[in-house]
Design a protein around this ligand. Structure first.
Ligand code: SF4
Length: 360
């Protein structure tokens, strides 16, 4: 681990600092949500992707056996470690499991207010209107908690900053081979957007060291939900490959298009519906496959590693035909399902190492 990564702030320190600066803390669950709106309404969002170090034991009575470990761990984390630490919990309607989690927290747990957000799957004018109404309603609920109602100019300013953060992510991944950091270091910086204010995040990205010449190692493209444990990147790099592109829910899937509009809420609504075709918005299989194949071609990846959380139903639906399409395009492909844990099981390590053999 180099000096750069060692300087990443700890999530708990950031949360404390934000609270001391007068911000309210919102726990944000995966994964499409309006960062800028929360900030403009006086909140600092802290995202919860599990976390892997939590052992979920409290909620078996409320969840079915096949609830994914993100939902189980996050519920436990909110009820224990984060109890009394956050002023709101935002649970987007990403999947049935998260919808169930929202119901459990609203009905059976004494937590901060649980706010939900449903973004339409289609892209008609009526869907834009629906998204506008949903976001407006969310803004009212946030403002009612924090007492902060942003002006149009303040919301535009927050959106401008978020556009810069997303543009920085896009640039980094498009130029991945030019950065002199390991994959684990690179993704640790990119994922710091989950808990850092955008200006601090932009400072970290700007400080990423560059190489004199592009990294020549064979490239692998990573799809899935969240790369936990992060040691999976060590395994990839130790086996001689580099991650040249991603379609991760915690990564590139949340890089939206930038829009301009005199009405900041409509600008936000248009942006929130501009995500690429990914499983939780139920795109046509052909559209999803075409998007991934185009990304594979652009990045020059030799292999596609689909790294999913076990029991993730939205992802599982698309995997068989995506594997088939990738293989037909001459791209080696492997699908893994993992529990959120602190250590990568030996069996998974062995399978990844065997897969990477064919890429070198
Ligand atoms: S891993 Fe899949 S099932 Fe679990 S919260 Fe994320 S999208 Fe939903």
């Amino acid at each position: 681990m180099n000096q750069y990564t060692m300087n990443l702030p700890a999530r708990a320190d950031v949360m404390r600092r934000m609270r001391e600066s007068g911000r309210f803390i919102a726990a944000a669950l995966p994964f499409h949500y309006p960062h800028a709106l929360l900030r403009a309404c006086g909140f600092h969002p802290m995202e919860i992707w599990g976390p892997p170090h939590v052992t979920a034991i409290l909620d078996d009575e409320h969840f079915q056996e096949y609830a994914c470990s993100i939902v189980r761990n996050a519920t436990q984390f909110l009820k224990t470690d984060l109890s009394g630490q956050v002023q709101a919990i935002l649970i987007p309607h990403t999947c049935d499991s998260l919808q169930g989690m929202a119901s459990v927290l609203q009905g059976f747990a004494k937590t901060a207010p649980v706010l939900t957000l449903y973004l339409p799957r289609a892209r008609r004018d009526s869907d834009l209107e629906f998204a506008y109404a949903e976001l407006t309603q969310l803004a009212h609920r946030l403002s009612a908690i924090s007492g902060v109602t942003p002006t149009d100019a303040e919301l535009h300013a927050a959106l401008d900053l978020e556009d810069q953060a997303m543009a920085a992510c896009r640039t980094v991944m498009a130029n991945r081979r030019h950065y002199a950091v390991s994959d684990r270091e690179l993704f640790a910086v990119l994922r710091s957007r989950e808990y850092l204010p955008p200006d601090e995040f932009l400072g970290l990205v700007k400080g990423l060291p560059l190489r004199d010449a592009p990294d020549p190692r064979p490239g692998v493209f990573l799809s899935g939900i969240v790369p936990e444990p992060m040691s999976v990147f060590d395994l990839l790099n130790d086996n001689g490959v580099i991650v040249v592109g991603d379609d991760l829910a915690c990564g590139s899937r949340r890089i939206y298009q930038a829009f301009s509009d005199v009405d900041p809420m409509r600008r936000l609504a248009r942006q929130m519906l501009s995500m690429a075709p990914e499983p939780t918005i139920s795109p046509a299989v052909a559209d999803r496959n075409a998007h991934i194949l185009e990304r594979l071609a652009t990045t020059g990846a030799r292999g596609l590693l689909i790294y999913d959380v076990k029991f993730c139903e939205p992802e599982a639906f698309y995997v068989p035909l995506l594997e088939k399409a990738a293989k037909a395009a001459g791209i080696a492909c492997m699908h893994l399902e993992v529990e959120l844990e602190q250590h990568l099981p030996d069996q998974i390590q062995t399978r990844i190492a065997a897969f990477l053999e064919v890429l070198r």
